[in-house]
Design a protein around this ligand. Structure first.
Ligand code: COA
Ligand code: AMP
Length: 630
């Protein structure tokens, strides 16, 4: 099939196109209304359809001959354990845990926060929520108590599910004290907390509130699937925006299931029974879509890997997993491959492994820089597909469509728009620019199935953040261009979101923490280039008049505060005292110019600048600290 035929059809006749793709699912009630508007005027897919995502991910396969096929391989070098679950076994676990949740009052529409490491129980908990029509919100284990509290509050979680600890290489991270602290901080109190006790740490239980996973499972009755509307939420996933407050991206059930099932073949060229491995974390959107839902909806075997690309135990870890499970497609962040390259430049750790099962490597989460692209391609001699997406969409916006018509890749490009995404590059007036001209990467409405219909509890934030800049378009927040062949290049964020080791973080949130230090009058946190992690945050601080503090001590205190408030994952390690920050006459810090200086880009000095001499000064400071990209 030709890419252009498929793509053009999706844009010219989206309803016909997606109605056909929806046929691939066993609906409880088949949708007749393919595209309609909701009360906010937002396009919604399959509004009158009814289904259950967990049914499609598990029961459907058990009924259709896959009961004995492995659904999930769990591989945990950090705990030296491995387990596998067939579709039937996973279904039994999920139905039972749904019974546990049900017994504690969780039903359709109730929110359940899942704060867990990469253990099968995290997947079981997610699917159990889906089974009941409850809405899960998974919080990445690297976030600190305050971040967890913000999410518990915003989602008004009825129940929180956690484990006694996570394991970071050799470091044991007890989760329960973080949960207890979060519940103390949150205004909304969950009714119950269910704790999965791991052998490495036994969490202390709070009587009346905390329940033991194993005891509950032993006593539970399996629960049935609830029929939900296609437009009912399946999950909320909080992601970093430009303000200090994370935003709850809402994912619906119907559009999500249709898009993900379609993507498994169209993008990833996967067929039922094959093994797919997304080396991500269930706390991120990649984990939601391509560790859990996508592979299971498509009847694949998925790998849940609790380890790192390096140090668990060495840079051959990924290659071992590929060989051991016969992985056909590996999906990872470029930073993971850069870590492997750094630890094993001669690729000695690759040599013992047979990678004949592996057909394609997929990359996302951050820009795949051409040197890393070439290194991976030459190392493995396989197609390397850079594809671009966001938490907001839940699946790729641009990719090489390996199951439709693989194109010749271009280093630095995410190839072409995925069917359903009408991708346009706009100038500041909202006009389309020509080939090779950079602009805002936008998607002409309607967005395809799976994309967010709102921010949880705050439609206005969705409207103003994504839909209002250019009427009729969704604005991605990324800048980029299309070349003369229509290949799309994503060059980076145009806002205050940064990408550190494939993790999306808000500099605004870090600024909030830094500014709360007693010595700091004002600050800007910007992302600077980093050869391993892509970007790293750096704080530029103006001190309050009369404050005298050792810069090293201040930095250490700020690092501790950011770890405490946001989490180790923020990787905030550097803070520099400056005498002036470039500002407008109305006192707004010119963050965009700071970003441009760090990126080594040309910038225009705005006429509204208050103190033009601050710019060369800040340039020199950043240059002295080696913060300017070459
Ligand atoms: N729970 C608790 N802490 C966590 C955590 C988790 N789930 N994940 C990371 N952290 C901690 C780390 O231990 C580290 O702590 P430290 O400062 O005390 O050492 C800190 O957060 C920073 O972690 P990270 O940025 O991941 O650095 P690292 O040096 O541990 O690992 C990489 C570097 C490149 C190997 C790792 O970042 C990686 O594999 N990245 C890929 C990310 C990815 O897959 N993203 C999904 C998008 S597809
Ligand atoms: P997240 O929502 O965490 O998946 O982060 C989404 C952001 O990561 C995007 O808006 C981009 O800035 C960046 N991103 C993801 N994938 C790519 C890619 N393949 N190329 C460039 N940037 C990417």
């Amino acid at each position: 099939m030709s890419y252009l035929t498929e793509y053009n059809k999706s844009i010219a006749s989206p309803e016909v196109f997606w109605a056909e793709k929806a046929e691939a699912l066993e609906w409880f009630k088949k949708p007749e209304q393919i595209l309609s508007k909701d009360e906010n005027g937002v396009d919604r897919w399959f509004a009158d359809g009814e289904l259950n995502t967990a049914y499609l991910a598990l029961d459907y396969h058990v009924k259709n001959g896959r009961a004995g096929q492995v659904a999930l391989y769990y591989d945990s070098p950090v705990t030296a354990s491995k387990q596998q679950y067939t579709y039937k076994e996973l279904l039994d676990q999920v139905a039972r845990f749904a019974g546990v949740l049900k017994r504690h009052g969780v039903g359709k529409g109730d929110r359940v926060v899942i704060y867990m490491p990469m253990v099968p129980e995290a997947v079981v908990a997610m699917l159990a929520c889906a089974r009941l029509g409850a809405v899960h919100s998974v919080v990445f284990g690297g976030f600190a108590a305050h971040e967890l509290a913000v999410r518990i509050d915003d989602a008004k979680a009825k129940v929180v599910v956690t484990a006694s600890c996570g394991v970071e290489i050799q470091k044991i991270i007890p989760y329960k004290p973080l949960l207890d602290q979060a519940v103390e901080l949150s205004a909304h109190k969950p009714q119950k907390c269910i704790i999965f006790q791991r052998p490495q740490v036994t969490a202390e239980m709070i009587s009346g509130r905390d329940l033991d996973w194993n005891e509950e499972m032993a006593a539970a009755e399996p629960a049935d699937c609830a029929a939900v509307k296609a437009t009912d939420p399946l999950y909320i996933l909080y992601t970093s925006g430009t303000t200090g407050r994370p935003k709850g991206v809402v994912r619906d059930n119907g559009g999500h299931a249709v898009a993900l099932k379609y993507s498994m073949k169209a993008i990833y060229d996967m067929n039922p029974g094959e093994v797919f491995w997304a080396a991500s974390d269930v706390g991120w959107v990649v984990g939601h879509s391509y560790i859990v839902y996508g592979p299971l909806l498509a009847g694949l075997s998925t790998v849940l890997y609790e380890g790192k690309p390096v140090k668990t135990p060495d840079a051959g870890a990924f290659w071992r997993v590929v060989q051991e499970y016969g992985v056909k497609a590996l999906f990872a962040a470029p930073t993971a491959l850069r870590a492997i390259k750094k630890a094993d430049p001669e690729s000695e750790c690759l040599k013992p492994y047979d990678l004949s099962s592996l057909k394609t490597i997929y990359m996302a989460g951050e820009r795949l820089d051409p040197p890393t692209y070439h290194w991976v391609r030459d190392l493995l001699g396989l197609p390397v597909v850079d594809h671009w997406w966001q938490t907001e969409t839940g699946w790729a916006i641009c990719s090489n469509l390996m199951g439709i018509e693989p194109k010749q890749a271009k280093a630095g490009s995410v190839t072409m728009p995925v069917p359903g995404y009408n991708v346009r590059i706009l100038d500041s007036e909202g006009n389309e620019v020509g080939p090779n001209e950079q602009g805002a990467v936008a998607i002409k409405l309607p967005l395809p199935p799976s994309c967010l219909p709102t921010i949880w509890g705050d439609f206005e934030r969705f409207r103003s953040g994504y839909l209002s800049a250019f009427p009729g378009y969704y604005v991605s927040g990324d800048g980029g261009y299309k070349d003369e062949d229509g290949y799309v290049f994503i060059m980076g964020r145009t806002d205050d979101v940064i990408n550190v080791a494939g993790h999306r973080l808000s500099t605004g949130e870090m600024e909030g923490v830094v500014a709360s230090h007693a010595a700091v009058a004002e600050c800007a946190v910007i992302g600077v280039n980093d050869p391993l992690k892509g970007q790293m945050p750096v704080g530029l601080m103006l001190l309050k008049d009369g404050v005298e503090i050792d810069e090293g001590q201040l930095q250490a205190e700020l690092v501790r505060m950011v770890r405490q408030e946001i989490g180790a994952i923020a990787c905030f390690k550097k803070a520099i005292v400056v005498k002036r920050l470039p500002k407008t006459r109305s006192g707004k810090i010119l963050r965009k110019i700071l970003r441009q200086i760090a990126a080594g880009e040309q910038y225009t000095i705005p006429s509204t600048i208050d103190d033009p001499a601050s710019l060369p000064e800040i340039y020199d400071i950043m240059s002295d600290h080696g913060l300017i990209a070459e």
